[in-house]
Ligand binder design. Structure first.
Ligand code: GLT
Ligand code: MN
Ligand code: MN
Length: 390
């Protein structure tokens, strides 16, 4: 790739990766690591080499859970140096409330009040760490907040405990003047049999019940909504429309499988095209975070191919979206299908007179049925654009 390549990532594209994504060593429930351990500064070098803009991290991706304060300081210093050297920022931080066995029954929703308190403490420290690195977005993914058997607790109590925890963290954010926004990430299952906040829609309903709803939004992930069999774009659009799209996890996934976290655009090219088109049309200005990892068959050269591929596909889809928008035939179809007869009574905002006029109106259903909705043609034009034949 040359530097004038039009698909070359640039800082304004805001492409970020988690330390845990390019640092994923390919371990799965059935097999061990296939790639050697790289240190966080080495991973930042890798991200610099492929042209990423940002790196995100869990507390323990960087600082081991039992590090001493002196170890913490040295690790953070070395990491910051690597970020400066590679011109890489830390837009988002998060906390691991799923890896340590102490969270086997959940973190904020665990039955044991000691675990719930420890989860809060661990999150506050992760917020301290993120703030030290300049992060302004704090993601909460409650991977262990769920059950295998509902005999263990009343799920409504879990919701209450989760609310209590997020409220507490919002207050801490204010007290420390960190200026974070929180982005809540849903997932239907895995690692738990069922996770409580299973979709982005669940979180969108939960957020208005918080003490500081303005501080809290969502972090939808392609793979997670696809696992639930949902249309990812629809969830993202609803989050955006309610002013709650604070972050996004881009990757790919085949439905009906374990969480694959595939390279962006590698499985469902068409739905990811509509996603990119949407994000660009609404001018979503947050990070484009790739929460994915390379195939287990790869070494670190392959990890670079993977990371470059995520960004390149995004930029190619963005270009296709521009072509789609500029296509005269597509625009003519859209104009036609959204047009209406101006002689109908006004709807929109309710008024008593308006409602009377609407009730009295005779609709010509036959005429309405005659209007063509050429979505076959529209979709084929989209396919032609995607396949590069138009
Ligand atoms: C974990 C999970 C992701 C979350 C990360 C943030 S960690 O890899 O699968 O979807 O975004 O905690
Ligand atoms: Mn994610
Ligand atoms: Mn995932």
């Amino acid at each position: 790739m040359t530097s004038n390549d039009k698909y070359q990532p640039r800082p304004e594209h805001k492409f970020s990766f988690g330390l845990w994504t390019v640092g994923n060593r390919g371990r799965d429930p059935f097999g061990d690591f296939v790639r050697p351990l790289l240190s966080p500064p080495e991973l930042v070098d890798l991200l610099g080499e492929v042209g990423a803009w940002g790196v995100n991290l869990h507390d323990n991706d960087l600082v081991p859970i039992d590090a001493t304060p002196a170890e913490h300081d040295k690790i953070v210093r070395d990491f910051k140096k690597a970020c400066e050297k590679n011109n890489i920022v830390v837009p988002m931080a998060t906390v691991s409330l799923f890896f340590h066995p102490v969270f086997r029954d959940g973190a904020f929703t665990a039955n044991d009040p000691n675990v719930r308190a420890y989860a809060l403490q661990k999150t506050m420290r992760a917020m301290d760490l993120g703030a030290e690195l300049g992060a302004k977005i704090f993601v909460l993914w409650g991977g262990r907040e769920g059950t295998e058997t509902d005999s263990c607790r009343n799920p409504a109590d879990a919701v209450k405990h989760l609310r209590e925890a997020v409220n507490y963290l919002c207050e801490y954010n204010t007290a420390q003047k960190y200026g974070y926004t929180f982005a809540l990430e849903a997932k239907p299952n895995e690692p738990r049999g069922d996770i409580y906040m299973s979709t982005t829609g669940h979180y969108l309903a939960f957020i208005p019940t918080l003490d500081h709803p303005e501080m809290v939004g969502v972090n939808p992930e392609v793979a997670h909504e696809t696992m639930a069999g949902l249309n990812f774009l629809h969830g993202v659009a609803q989050a955006w429309e309610s002013g709650k799209l604070f972050h996004i996890d881009l990757n790919d996934q085949y439905p009906g499988r374990y969480d694959q976290d595939l390279r962006f655009g590698s499985a469902n090219l068409k739905s990811n095209f509509f996603l990119v088109k949407f994000l660009e049309e609404v001018k979503y200005s947050g990070p484009r975070h790739f929460d994915a990892h390379a195939y287990r068959t790869e070494n670190y050269e392959g990890v670079k191919d993977f990371a470059r591929g995520c960004m390149r596909t995004y930029l190619m889809l963005k270009e296709k979206a521009e072509q789609w928008r500029a296509d005269k035939e597509i625009q003519a179809i859209l104009k036609e299908v959204t047009s209406g007869n101006s002689s109908i009574p006004k709807t929109g905002k309710y008024s008593k007179d308006g409602a009377s006029a609407l009730l009295a109106h005779n609709f010509d259903k036959d005429a309405m049925m005659k209007k063509r909705l050429p979505y076959e043609r529209l979709d084929q034009l989209t396919i032609d654009i995607l396949l590069g034949t138009r």
